[in-house]
Design a protein around this ligand. Structure first.
Ligand code: ATP
Ligand code: MG
Length: 566
């Protein structure tokens, strides 16, 4: 693959096949059929680890047939290209088949996180004009049945685990298995314009109400090349992306990119469990592992001895995304897992990885790495119709990206004005603050909304949190700005301790002292509160705005993505 100066997106596109007879570009063709037709047809595409402990493998060829059946089924249900299929299920094979089958049929796919409550599901399906829902009987009963009649446009509810008779009790209900069994396993993808809409993803809701970011088939070019450049995927690898497809990571890199790159993907239906995760790495012989800082911090919490009981020698590359990865976590991984974690940065809106620590490059713990080939990043300020680029190193400003990479979102559904306001001239404004060091590494400072202004200084929560978790008693930390009549805002920290650590006044003073010596008096927290757990989104991001609202007694805002306390 070409890198750096030599790179062009049109060359990258040339690494994919395109639909036969120049009929355009379709994500599912590149992901599945391209391999199914060739020598990789018998390679395992997915290895599903079920809750019950069974393992189900599906080869590229089987996946091609199953997804063909699904695409044919949509035809019999009169679902037209451009209509939206919502997926609400755990990480079961049917979800993956439906997603890829729907892409073949040029429907728009919107995966939802199955742990959402009824209201977040209803509102997203309403915003997304849901025509079809693929789900399970239990999820339908618990989360959809009560409001199903409020969405008359929802014509079909395809139940993954119901017989025809069982499904007939549901309005629009059909047995998915029966539908697939009677459908033709041959399907020819109709011409697909690279600009045809393909995937709808709601953002995590960390800063407010989630937005529906719409992506097109062209995005597959980005998914494909970044899988190799940022995640080091090589044909034949065993890859494990721990994210749920309800978040963009679980789709771009849990579904599309591993398949276009011809790897075997492990999909675990269960939720996080330290011991189980290490066991999966060992037993499945995972070569490349893509996870999130919140999971890494939980692994750290479960101690250094546990991983030593497992053989992780097959593991070649570890990457992480979703939140800043504290330097402490990179060092821990190097020390305990014997290899570093490669942080990378992107957003729902960018559709794919933009900035990364790639294999072989020097890792600077705490930095999210350098822009990938084809991505032009900068630190800038918005001007009328453009951006002022900050060329000096180590100056904080908004992280901006020059428009034009293939997986860039094309709109926020029904919020065109909000979409347009993300751009100024040639630049996309990410809403994140960062700085670039003299060697071109980017350092995350904080979300523009979370940055604390104290006595004329801008303080990024990440730096403060990273210093706090260096303290041996601290497992997790989140900081907010608290209004103060004198200095504008003061830094307040919330801290969760490692198991076995006792909360005490002495410990609190010790942590405050540690922070002050690391950060100086301006950025160090003035106040610390101990919490058992920090509130997080279901995609694992610390909800600082919720901590702030609770601290100040102001309304909590949209909490639809809040994870239930365990
Ligand atoms: P919302 O936009 O609804 O508030 P969100 O921004 O959390 O939610 P996502 O698109 O899932 O929704 O997350 C992208 C954001 O996550 C980035 O803008 C950034 O703030 C944060 N992020 C992702 N990866 C990293 C990383 N490696 N380092 C620091 N921050 C990261
Ligand atoms: Mg965002």
């Amino acid at each position: 693959m070409k890198t750096g100066e030599d790179f062009s997106w049109s060359d990258a596109r040339g690494e994919l096949d395109g639909l036969p007879r120049d009929r355009g570009l379709n994500i599912a063709y590149e992901a599945v059929d391209r391999h199914a037709r060739g020598s990789a047809g018998d390679r395992v595409a997915f290895r599903f680890l079920s809750k019950g402990g069974e393992i189900r493998e599906m080869t590229y060829r089987e996946l091609s047939e199953e997804t063909n059946r699904f695409a044919n089924a949509l035809r019999t249900l009169d679902v037209a290209p451009g209509e939206t299929i919502f997926l609400l299920a755990g990480r079961i094979p049917e979800l993956y088949v439906a997603a890829l089958g729907a892409l073949k049929a040029r429907a728009v796919v919107c995966p939802l996180f199955s742990a959402f409550g009824p209201e977040p599901i209803r509102s997203r399906m309403e915003i997304g004009d849901a025509r079809v829902l693929v789900t399970t009987t239990a999820l339908f009963r618990r989360k959809v049945a009560s409001w199903r009649d409020e969405l008359p446009e929802l014509s079909h509810v395809l139940l993954a685990d119901a017989t025809t008779e069982q499904a007939s009790g549901t309005r629009g209900g059909t047995s998915l298995r029966a539908l697939l069994d009677t459908a033709d396993p041959e399907y020819t993808i109709e011409p697909t314009d690279p600009e045809d809409p393909a995937l709808l993803h709601f953002t995590s809701g960390t800063t407010g109400t989630p937005k529906g970011a719409l992506h097109v088939h062209e995005a597959v070019v980005g998914h494909h090349v970044t899988g190799r450049s940022a995640l080091s995927l090589r044909e034949g690898d065993v890859f494990w992306c721990t994210a749920d497809p309800g978040w963009v990571t679980g789709t771009s890199y849990g579904l599309v990119s591993p398949l276009t790159n011809g790897v075997t993907s492990v999909v675990d239906e269960q939720e996080f469990d330290s011991e189980r995760w290490y066991r999966i790495l060992e037993e499945q012989g995972v070569n490349v592992w893509y996870t999130a800082p919140t999971a890494v911090r939980m692994l750290m919490k479960s101690g250094d001895e546990l991983p030593r009981r497992f053989d992780l020698s097959r593991l070649r590359f570890i990457a992480s995304v979703g939140e800043p990865l504290n330097p402490e976590a990179v060092e821990w991984s190097q020390r305990v897992l014997d290899r570093p974690i490669h942080d990378n940065w992107w957003q729902t809106e960018t559709g794919g990885i933009m900035i990364a620590n790639v294999e072989g490059m020097e890792i600077r713990p705490g930095s999210m790495g350098r822009p990938l080939p084809g991505i032009e990043a900068a630190i800038g300020r918005r001007t009328d119709g453009g951006a002022d680029l900050i060329e000096d190193p180590d100056v904080e400003g908004e992280l901006i990206l020059r428009k034009g990479w293939p997986s860039m979102f094309r709109t926020y559904l029904h919020e065109e004005g909000r979409y347009r306001s993300c751009f100024s001239g040639e630049w996309y404004f990410t809403g994140d603050l960062a700085r670039r060091d003299p060697d071109g590494y980017y350092w995350f400072v904080g979300r523009a909304d979370d940055v604390i202004k104290s006595a004329g200084h801008l303080i990024g929560p990440f730096e403060v949190e990273s210093a706090l978790i260096e303290h041996p008693a601290v497992a997790e930390a989140a900081v907010i700005g608290k209004p103060d009549p004198v200095v504008g805002e003061t830094v307040k920290a919330f801290v969760a301790l490692h198991p076995g650590q006792e909360e005490s006044e002495d410990l609190l003073l010790e942590i405050l002292g540690h922070a002050r010596s690391r950060l100086g008096s301006v950025a160090a927290p003035k106040e610390i509160t101990f919490l058992d757990d920090l509130p997080k989104t279901r995609s694992g991001k610390t909800l600082r705005r919720l901590l702030k609202a609770r601290e100040l007694g102001t309304p909590e805002g949209d909490t639809s993505t809040l994870e239930e306390p365990s």
